[in-house]
Design a protein around this ligand. Structure first.
Ligand SMILES: NC(=O)c1ccc[n+]([C@@H]2O[C@H](COP(=O)([O-])OP(=O)(O)OC[C@H]3O[C@@H](n4cnc5c(N)ncnc54)[C@H](OP(=O)(O)O)[C@@H]3O)[C@@H](O)[C@H]2O)c1
Length: 599
C-alpha cells in the first residue's frame, strides 16, 4: 500500500531540485503547485466510464495519483469526484487516436506529477455489428485508430518517459479482450485490433525489459460497462450460431486485479491474464483451449481427469502432454506406475533389483489416473517400503528397486505425503542401500513443485539421518526454489551445504551464484545487500569467463537448459537491481549483448 501525503512544507527547501530526489522518507516529487511524497502516478486512457473509471477508483484507493484521459470532459469530472482524493486526479481531455492529444497528455502528466509509473491503455470502442463484406472502410479505420493506433501512441510516449526518468522504468497494462484470441461473429475490426494489441504487448514486454519496463495484457470477458452492456443488452450470437444470454461480472473485479498487478515490483510481470464470468458459455472458449491458451479453469473444465494435477498444468507440461512423448526427466508426471513392475506384476524378482525400473511416460494414463487410484498406489508403496526395508526386514523379503523413490515422489500430492516419503529414507540406508544421484535431484524438484523446499533443506542438512547426498543439480534446483520466496538464511544454509557435500563453492558456480545474488537483492535487509554487492564481482568474473551463446528458449526442458533459463532470468533481475541502486551495470548489458541469443 502506497501512502500519500500532501507535503505542505516550504517549497524552497527543494528549490531547483528536479528530477526527483531521494530522501529518508522516499521519493520527493516536486510539481509547480506542491510536493508529493511516495505516490505512484498512473495514466488511464478511457477513464470516463466502465473499466477505466473503476480502475481509477481502485488505484486511487490504493494511494495512486491518476491522470484521467478521455474525450468526454463531464464524464471525466464524474470519475474524478468518485476517486478517493480528487486532488490527486488530474484531467486531460483528448482523443487517444490524435497524436497531438497524446503528446499533450504525457507532457502535462510529467509537468503535473513529475513522473509516470503506470500507463493503462484502456480506451477502446466496438464497431457496428456487421459482416465483413458489409463493413464500411471508415468504420474499420475508426476502430483501428482508437484500439490500436491509440495504444501505439500512448505506449511510445510512455516508454520515452519511463526511459528518461529516475528511477528508470514503469509498467504498461494493455486492455485486450477474449477477442484477442477468439473473435465474436460480426465484430471483425474489434477482433483484429485486439489480436494486434497482443502483438504490441509482447513487443513492449520484449523491448521494455532493458529499461525496467514491464508490460501486461488483461483479457476481459463480459465486465459490466457502457460498451459491454450495449453488446449484452440482448442474447449474443455464439460461434455456433446459437443466441445466448451471457453472464456478466462487475468491472470492480477487473479493476482490483489491475491494481494488484500495478502494485507488483517492476522485476515481476504478468504477461497476460484473463478475467471473466465463471459460467461464460464454453463455445466461445473452445478456440482458446485449442490454441493452447488455457486459463486454468477452462482447462480443468475441458479435461476433468486433470483436476488432481493442478500443479502440472503449466504450458510446458501441457505441450509435452500434447506431444505425447517425454523423457523421464522431462515429465515427472508422465510416469505410469501402474505399468511398472512395482504394480500389478507381483513382487519384483531379485534380478530386477539391480536394474532400475525406469518409468515409461504414458501421458494418457498419467492424466487419467484418478486421485483414489493414486492414493492407493501411494499407500501400497509406502507399505511395501515399510515391509521390506529397515535394519531388520523379514527373511526372504522383496528386493525393492531404487526407482520406488521416483514413483513415490510422483505419487505424493502434498507436502505432508512427501515428508512421509522422506521419513522413510533412513530405512533405505539401514538396509545398506544407496540412493542414486538422480534421486536427489528428483526429490529437490518435487519439493519445489509441492512448495516445500524447506523439506529438502532439512533432508540434505541431516545426512547422517537421511543418507541422501546433495548433488549439484539438486543444489541448484533447491536454490532456485528458495531464492525468492523464502528467508535468506535458507539460501545461506544451502550455500554452506555446497562445501559439506564437496560441491564447487556457490561463488564459482554460475547458476548458483546468480540465484544467490538475486536472493540477497530480493531480501530487504541492508546486510543482504552488502552480501549481494560483494558477490557481484564474482558473478562478473564468472560471466566473463563463461562461454555463450545462451538462449532463453526451452527445448524439451532438459535440466541443463532449465538451469540456463533460471540463470538468464536471474541475470535480468540482477541488472534491474544494479540499475535501480545506481551501480555500474553496463558490463552486464555488454555480456548479455554478446552472449544471449534471441530465441
Ligand atoms: N467490458 C468488457 O467486457 C470488455 C471485454 C473485453 C475488453 N474490454 C476493453 O475494455 C476497454 C474499456 O471498455 P469498457 O468496457 O470499459 O467500455 P466503455 O465503458 O465504453 O469505456 C470505453 C472508454 O474508452 C474511451 N474512449 C473511446 N474512444 C476514445 C478515444 N478516441 N479517445 C479517448 N478515449 C476514448 C471512452 O471515453 P470517451 O467516450 O469519453 O472518449 C470510455 O471511457 C476497451 O478497450 C474494451 O475493448 C472490455
Amino acid at each position: 500500500m502506497i501512502t500519500w501525503h500532501h507535503a505542505r512544507e516550504d517549497l524552497s527547501i527543494h528549490k531547483g531540485v528536479w528530477p526527483p530526489i531521494t530522501g529518508p522518507t522516499g521519493l520527493l516529487r516536486r510539481t509547480t503547485t506542491r510536493v508529493f511524497i511516495m505516490s505512484k502516478v498512473a495514466i488511464i486512457t478511457g477513464a470516463s466510464s466502465g473499466i477505466g473509471r473503476a480502475t481509477a477508483f481502485s488505484l486511487s484507493r490504493d494511494g495512486w495519483s491518476i491522470v484521467l484521459f478521455a474525450r468526454r470532459l463531464e464524464k471525466l469530472q464524474e470519475t474524478q469526484k468518485m476517486c478517493e482524493d480528487p486532488f490527486k486526479c488530474f484531467i486531460v481531455q483528448g482523443d487517444v487516436s490524435s497524436e497531438e492529444d497524446v503528446l499533450r497528455l504525457f507532457r502535462e502528466t510529467v509537468e503535473h506529477f513529475g513522473r509516470l509509473d503506470l500507463l493503462f491503455n484502456n480506451a477502446g470502442v466496438l464497431p457496428p455489428e456487421l459482416p465483413i463484406e458489409d463493413l464500411p472502410l471508415s468504420a474499420f479505420q475508426n476502430v483501428v485508430n482508437i484500439n490500436l493506433t491509440g495504444v501505439f501512441l500512448c505506449t511510445r510516449e510512455a516508454i520515452k518517459v519511463f526511459k528518461s526518468q529516475s528511477p528508470q522504468g514503469g509498467r504498461i497494462i494493455n486492455n485486450g479482450s477474449i477477442s484477442a484470441y477468439t473473435p465474436r461473429p460480426h465484430l471483425s475490426p474489434y477482433a483484429a485490433t485486439k489480436h494486434a494489441v497482443l502483438g504490441m504487448t509482447k513487443s513492449t514486454s520484449l523491448e521494455g525489459r532493458k529499461y525496467n519496463i514491464a508490460c501486461t495484457q488483461v483479457d476481459i470477458g463480459n465486465a459490466s460497462s457502457e460498451m459491454a452492456n450495449g453488446l449484452h443488452s440482448a442474447a449474443v450470437q455464439q460461434a455456433d450460431g446459437r443466441l445466448v444470454q451471457e453472464p456478466m461480472i462487475e468491472a470492480k473485479y477487473v479493476a482490483d486485479t489491475i491494481t494488484h498487478i500495478a502494485s507488483l515490483p517492476l522485476e515481476v510481470t504478468v504477461l497476460t491474464f484473463n478475467i471473466m464470468p465463471t459460467s461464460i458459455p464454453m463455445t466461445s472458449l473452445i478456440p482458446l483451449v485449442q490454441r493452447g491458451l488455457r486459463p486454468t479453469h477452462v482447462f480443468r473444465a475441458a479435461r476433468p481427469a486433470c483436476r488432481t494435477r493442478v500443479i502440472h498444468q503449466t504450458s510446458v507440461a501441457l505441450k509435452k502432454h500434447q506431444k505425447g512423448a517425454a523423457s523421464e526427466d522431462d515429465d515427472l508426471f508422465g510416469v505410469a506406475p501402474e505399468e511398472d513392475s512395482l504394480f500389478g506384476a507381483g513382487p519384483a524378482s531379485e534380478s530386477t533389483s539391480s536394474i532400475d525400473v525406469t518409468p515409461t511416460p504414458t501421458p494418457s494414463s498419467s492424466t487419467g489416473k484418478d486421485s483414489v487410484v493414486r492414493l492407493n498406489q501411494y499407500n501400497e508403496l509406502v507399505q511395501r517400503l515399510k515391509d521390506h526395508t529397515g535394519s531388520k526386514p523379514p527373511p526372504g523379503g522383496e528386493q525393492i528397486p531404487t526407482s520406488i523413490w521416483h514413483h513415490l515422489f510422483d505419487l505424493a500430492t502434498t507436502a505432508e505425503q512427501l515428508e512421509q516419503v522422506a521419513d522413510s529414507f533412513p530405512r533405505w540406508r539401514d538396509k545398506r542401500r544407496v540412493f542414486r544421484p538422480a534421486t536427489a535431484e528428483r526429490f529437490a524438484r518435487r519439493c519445489e513443485e509441492l512448495h516445500c523446499p524447506q523439506l529438502a533443506l532439512k533432508v540434505f542438512s541431516d545426512h547422517s539421518k537421511y543418507g541422501l547426498d546433495l548433488t549439484l543439480p539438486a543444489a541448484r534446483r533447491l536454490l532456485h526454489a528458495l531464492h525468492q520466496e523464502h528467508p535468506l538464511q535458507d539460501c545461506i544454509m544451502l550455500a554452506a551445504l555446497y562445501r559439506v557435500y564437496n560441491l564447487p563453492p556457490v561463488s564459482s558456480d554460475l547458476v548458483s551464484c546468480t540465484l544467490l545474488v538475486v536472493a540477497c537483492y530480493t531480501h530487504p535487509s541492508p546486510h543482504a545487500r552488502v552480501v549481494a554487492d560483494e558477490m557481484v564481482p564474482h558473478l562478473r568474473q564468472l560471466l566473463e569467463s563463461s562461454k555463450g551463446p545462451y538462449t532463453l528458449k526451452m527445448t524439451n526442458g532438459a535440466p541443463a537448459e532449465k538451469e540456463e533459463k533460471w540463470m538468464l532470468r536471474a541475470l535480468y533481475n540482477v541488472k534491474a537491481q544494479l540499475q535501480k541502486t545506481g551501480h555500474e551495470y553496463r558490463w552486464l548489458d555488454k555480456w548479455m549483448g554478446n552472449n544471449l541469443q534471441a530465441s
